[in-house]
Design a protein around this ligand. Structure first.
Ligand code: NAP
Ligand code: MN
Length: 268
């Protein structure tokens, strides 16, 4: 891969990140790698320091940049953050030498219709949640492609990417999807199943070129959309359509990275 000569740094505001930053700066300077204050065209790599939440915020703040992103884990789980602070020297040496791999991940693109014709677009690398609010049951009409499927009743629906399959989806009993398989997964959140309400209790898995459409039973009622953990509230929610975006983000991994070893290391 490309020898890294200039980086942009993005960090969380925790004590462990603050303690790591001076060490990172010194190591970059020693290796002759410049640090840019802005995410300019000639930046070779973004170094993100924190946890997965920091990685998700970087994507949101910088609109899913197309520059390779390397994560250093000073947070908790750090599924996206492969490099550890104690590996700083070998991390810097390998990026300077171009000795790393890049894994491509496509985000979801969610289009929300609200307030009689207004549109908002959000991107998420993990997942999109559709609810009514924090506590109510919601009744949602689910369509996949041009087929109407069901009226779902429960807490909400979650739509996830393979990258997000190890996050909220996994806690809901969804399947862990190897990111080399390009699919969209729809998971029910606390589905109700009685003689009054009936919907799938399992996840459904779709090809990545399909669109999932969700409409509240009463079009124009309140809705809560959560994308990669960021909440967006609507008083007059009409529908949301979710599909795979065309662009990709580039995640830097070690050359010997193995998805299933990483999953086992983080979960078992
Ligand atoms: P958070 O509340 O700190 O995140 C929940 C946990 O999920 C953290 O431990 C986080 O890692 C981890 N995580 C995030 N993305 C992951 C991934 N792709 N694979 C495996 N683990 C992952 O909030 P956050 O850090 O801003 O993350 C937002 C995400 O939280 C959402 O996209 C959603 O998937 C997830 N979430 C999970 C649940 C649940 O499991 N019950 C409920 C709500 C939201 P770090 O510790 O490194 O941050
Ligand atoms: Mn977090």
């Amino acid at each position: 891969m490309k020898n890294v000569r200039k980086v942009f740094i993005y960090g969380s505001d925790t004590h462990s990140t603050a303690a790591f930053m001076p060490r990172l700066m010194r190591a970059l300077e020693t290796a002759g790698i410049a640090v840019s204050d802005l995410l300019e065209e000639d930046v070779d790599m973004i170094i993100v320091v924190g946890g997965d939440g920091t990685f998700l915020r970087l994507l949101r703040d910088h609109e899913f940049p197309s520059v390779p992103i390397a994560g250093v884990n000073t947070g908790h789980l750090g599924f996206f953050m492969e490099f550890m602070p104690h590996e700083l020297d070998s991390f810097i040496a390998s990026v300077a030498a171009g000795d790393y791999t890049v894994h491509r991940h496509r985000p979801l693109m969610a289009t929300v219709l609200h307030d009689e014709g207004k549109t908002d677009i959000y991107k998420g690398i993990n997942d999109v949640v559709v609810r009514k609010n924090a506590s109510s049951i919601v009744h949602l009409d689910l369509s996949i492609g041009s087929s109407y499927i069901e009226r779902f009743s429960g807490d909400g629906l979650l739509i996830s990417t393979p990258a997000g399959s190890t996050s909220y989806n996994y806690s809901l009993g969804g399947g862990i999807v190897d990111p080399r398989v390009s699919v969209i997964q729809v998971s029910p959140i606390a589905p109700m199943n009685t003689t009054s309400y009936r919907a799938f209790t399992s996840d459904v898995i779709l090809p990545s070129d399909m669109t999932v459409k969700i409409e509240p039973e009463h079009r124009g009622s309140p809705g809560l959309i959560i994308v990669d953990g960021a909440e967006y509230r609507y008083d007059c929610f009409e529908s949301i359509s979710v599909a795979m975006a065309r662009e990709e983000i580039l995640l830097v991994r070690k050359t010997d990275y193995s998805y299933w070893s990483w999953v086992a290391q983080k979960f078992i």
